[in-house]
Design a protein around this ligand. Structure first.
Ligand SMILES: NC(=O)c1ccc[n+]([C@@H]2O[C@H](COP(=O)([O-])OP(=O)(O)OC[C@H]3O[C@@H](n4cnc5c(N)ncnc54)[C@H](O)[C@@H]3O)[C@@H](O)[C@H]2O)c1
Length: 404
């Protein structure tokens, strides 16, 4: 086919001011379509507005607009009853108090059904359950002096080394050798068992709703970590192994269980969505569920229905933390037809998470808890069955799979 000749009018801009409307429309056929957006002319802020109203009315451009779109996507679409929501947590969120302020309320309201966190977020959560204070400091403090004063620093957050970190470790070690931990398990079970203790510590300390692990335990929200060895929980599991402790973490259990939730959401006629706070391995672990379904288990599926990410990472380095939803489409992680609904907001989670949590709680009533933790076996059986039905594979020893 012959190439269309380039427009001769491209080089300069014609003055249309004197032109009749019908001619303008002919010259600029798509003008009305482009200018169909809401007019940017918000009212003066008075100081009396409700926060959710302020977000709707004044977060109108750039990452403010992305944050508003994220709040609206989460609240009006993702919180529909048929959507199963996974939430990934990267970055030092629990030390910043976001466990107490936002993640626990999101769990209690049924706004998150399963979680993948860095081990650090779940480890530092234990200080809150144990009522060991984590305190505001400054990023300008002298770290050598902090060390001399038995203090560790996460940017502008301070923790006592002996009376918070080491004290938590001591208690954690005592728990990990208990009988219920003497076996191989996935991290959902590990964190559920730890959550039971965390709930008990909260009760004994008289502190309510401060621990993510305790809240997740009570709500039946399974909590995974994508890198079980890379945190002080993992370090203590490893230390225990040297002493003959029988606890073994099996990452494949985690990969298959998380995949089973996504497949179960789809097969029940529902939808699946992800809220990604930061990037890192929790983001990929959550998103790889779809490639696991499609590429490894060879089951026909199309990708996540909803994608909402808050990150500081750029896409142009090729790193996963900044990878966009459209890049995720190419891997089968996100359904291409759902791309218009995907939102990425480039900001700090410590800003965005309290705002989104407030917005969602202000605008949406709590959802019925899905309690996925207790449904793991049922969903794993369904996943396994579909896997063998599609692939017609035998077991690796040549026997027929047992599918009930
Ligand atoms: N004591 C501990 O247990 C401990 C302490 C620190 C880290 N770790 C381990 O180190 C690993 C890395 O964890 P991490 O928490 O440093 O995550 P990370 O730095 O790997 O986070 C991944 C990405 O998320 C984004 N991100 C991080 N914080 C953000 C924020 N506030 N707002 C927006 N985007 C943000 C950044 O792009 C970052 O590159 C984990 O496996 C963790 O368990 C352990």
């Amino acid at each position: 086919m012959a190439k269309k000749a380039p427009s001769t009018t491209r080089g300069y801009r014609e003055d249309l001011s004197e032109m009749p409307d019908w001619m303008k429309k002919k010259k600029c056929p798509n003008r009305d379509k482009f200018l169909a957006g809401a007019r940017i002319q918000p009212r003066n802020i008075k100081g009396k507005e409700k926060l959710a109203d302020l977000i709707d009315a004044t977060f109108l451009a750039y990452n403010g607009a992305r944050l508003r779109e994220g709040c609206q996507l989460f609240t009006t679409k993702m919180l529909e009853p048929d959507v199963t929501i996974g939430m990934s947590l990267s970055g030092a969120l629990t030390p910043a108090g976001l466990g107490c302020s936002a993640i626990v309320p999101l769990i209690k309201a049924g706004f998150v059904d399963w979680i993948v966190a860095t081990g650090a977020n779940l480890y530092h959560d234990l200080h809150f359950a144990l009522n060991y204070p984590v305190r505001a400091g400054s990023f300008k403090m002298d770290d050598t002096e902090l060390r001399d004063n038995d203090i560790v620093r996460v940017y502008d957050v301070l923790l006592g080394y002996s009376d918070c970190l080491m004290a938590t470790d001591e208690i954690l070690r005592g728990i990990l050798v208990q009988p219920e931990f003497q076996k191989e398990m996935g991290t959902a079970e590990l964190h559920y068992l730890l959550g039971r203790y965390a709930a008990e510590w909260e009760r004994k300390a008289g502190v309510k709703d401060v621990s993510v692990l305790a809240a997740a335990y009570r709500a039946g929200v399974p909590c995974y970590t994508s890198s079980p060895g890379d945190s002080t929980i993992g370090m203590n599991v490893a230390g225990g192994e040297l002493r003959g402790n029988k606890l073994r973490i099996n990452a494949s259990i985690d990969v298959n269980e998380t995949t089973a939730y996504v497949l179960a959401a789809k097969r029940s006629g529902g939808r699946s969505g992800v809220v990604l706070w930061g990037g890192g391995s929790p983001k990929n672990f959550m998103l790889q569920t779809e490639p696991q379904i499609q590429e490894v288990l060879r089951i026909k599926e199309y990708g996540q229905d909803f994608f909402l990410q808050v990150t500081d990472a750029r896409p142009d380095t090729g790193g996963l933390s900044g990878a966009t939803p459209s890049e995720a489409v190419s891997w089968g992680k996100v359904d291409p037809n759902r791309l218009p609904d995907a939102v990425v907001c480039y900001t700090d989670t410590t800003i965005a998470m309290p705002l989104l949590t407030h917005y969602a709680l202000a605008r949406h009533k709590p959802r019925k808890l899905r309690r996925l933790y207790g449904q793991r076996d049922k969903m794993m059986k369904a996943l396994t069955k579909e896997y063998f039905l599609h692939t017609k594979l035998k077991m690796v020893d040549g026997s027929d799979p047992v599918l009930d």
